[in-house]
Design a protein around this ligand. Structure first.
Ligand SMILES: Nc1nc2c(ncn2[C@@H]2O[C@H](COP(=O)(O)OP(=O)(O)OP(=O)(O)O)[C@@H](O)[C@H]2O)c(=O)[nH]1
Length: 387
């Protein structure tokens, strides 16, 4: 295949991939839309540069080269920016400096003082730098995100960056003259160049879309497992964790302990200070419970103003004392929100798994009875359930 045909095929593939990204754009979560938009524009810039290379004989060469080179540099910087946006890194104006300096340089070496080797070297330097920066972003960014698509994209950025450097070295060694034509047939590098550079907008876009879909999957999993208001485990996760601990304790002859916690007079906080302050009060209680949790304690929001702590009592732990620790942590930490300063207290019912308990539900029911007793006895109390 001659280089011009390759440029045309590559352009069509880039446009198709950019188009798919455009169609998907509105279906992506709002948090991913900016990076997808940037990636799409970058892909269109690279497609535009491939078009220019393909039709360069129809236009003045002194115009085509700097325009196409500029689009490549801006497109690659766009990819780098998209990766930073994906990771939530702030936009930085200096990211565009290499591309802008490169555009100035290629204009100079194309129009003012024609020098093809210097132009190629400058273009390659900028593109390789930006691609390596993108590689670093993929390797270092994305806290905890180590999806395979991310590794694949990092490998792709790195390989294309290496190829760009190799290509620059090859042209320098071969002493490229001012009449050099990147679409000229015969030189294998002219066939390889559009093929390798098309990898980013074509294969890279697919990897980027996989990264997005894996991020969405993780977000869904997290949303399904956590309580939106407090960030604690939700009832669904609590029951799964509780049942697993219950079964393990039963098999090992141990006893699971749990505390069912309820905020005292919470309705009065809502009624007196508004629902928003009520929400903040729940977040405050969640933070205190979480901060007091020890070892393998597991804190969850059971629903409404009720929390459950699966207690890790160790060998000779005291369930009542563990409940007291939770109660004192909440009662002892003042809560202020929107000018209101309140003392929030909790009541707790603590239950220990009994030999006769066959389900977690039985344990929860006894904790609930103990909680009811704590409320009846005046609140801000911890009651231990009978076995
Ligand atoms: N702000 C806010 N309020 C909630 C939420 N979930 C439940 N509530 C409110 O919590 C209140 C619970 O009130 P009650 O069950 O009467 O209990 P209480 O006022 O805490 O009284 P005692 O438990 O007897 O001390 C209700 O007014 C619910 O509307 C929530 O997510 N946010």
């Amino acid at each position: 295949m001659d280089p011009i045909t390759i440029f045309i095929v590559a352009t069509l593939m880039m446009l198709a991939n950019g188009g798919v990204l455009g169609l998907m754009h509105k279906d992506l979560p709002v948090s991913l839309q900016p990076c997808a938009e940037t990636w799409r524009i970058a892909t269109l810039l690279l497609a535009g540069s491939a078009v220019l290379y393909a039709v360069q004989y129809e236009l003045p060469l002194g115009l085509v080269s700097p325009m196409a080179n500029g689009m490549v540099m801006l497109g690659c910087t766009g990819y780098w920016r998209a990766l930073r946006q994906f990771d939530g890194a702030p936009d930085r104006w200096w990211m565009w400096l290499p591309a802008l300096a490169g555009i100035g340089g290629v204009l100079w070496f194309a129009g003012v003082q024609p020098d093809t080797p210097s132009r190629i070297l400058l273009l390659s330097g900028v593109v390789a730098f930006v691609l390596m920066a993108g590689t670093l972003q993929l390797v270092r960014g994305g806290t905890g995100e180590r999806a395979r698509s991310r590794k694949a994209l990092a490998g792709l950025f790195f390989l294309v960056g290496l190829f760009v450097l190799f290509r620059a070295g090859y042209f320098l060694v071969r002493k490229v003259g001012p009449s050099f034509d990147i679409t000229g047939e015969g030189a294998w590098i002219n066939t390889a160049s559009p093929l390798v550079t098309a990898l980013l907008p074509v294969v890279g876009t697919t990897a980027f879309l996989f990264m997005c879909s894996q991020r969405i999957g993780r977000q869904w999993e997290l949303a399904a497992a956590t309580d939106y208001l407090t960030g604690l485990a939700n009832r669904r996760t609590l029951l799964a964790e509780g049942e697993s601990r219950f079964a393990t304790a039963r098999r090992g002859g141990a006893h699971l302990a749990l505390a069912l916690v309820d905020v005292d007079h919470f309705k009065a906080i809502n009624d007196g200070h508004g629902h928003e302050v009520g929400d903040k009060a729940l977040q405050h209680v969640a933070r205190q419970l979480q901060a007091t949790a020890r070892g393998l304690d597991f804190v969850a929001r059971h629903g409404g103003e009720e929390f459950v702590v699966l207690l890790d009592l160790g060998q000779h732990g005291d369930a009542q004392a563990a409940g007291e620790r939770l109660r004192l942590a909440v009662a002892g930490t003042p809560f202020t929100a929107d000018g209101a300063s309140l003392t929030i207290t909790i009541s707790a019912g603590v239950a220990l798994q009994a030999d006769g308990d066959t389900t977690l539900d039985q344990l929860l029911r006894r904790a609930d009875e103990a909680l009811y007793a704590a409320k009846r006895s005046g609140r801000n109390r911890v009651e231990l359930a009978g076995g």
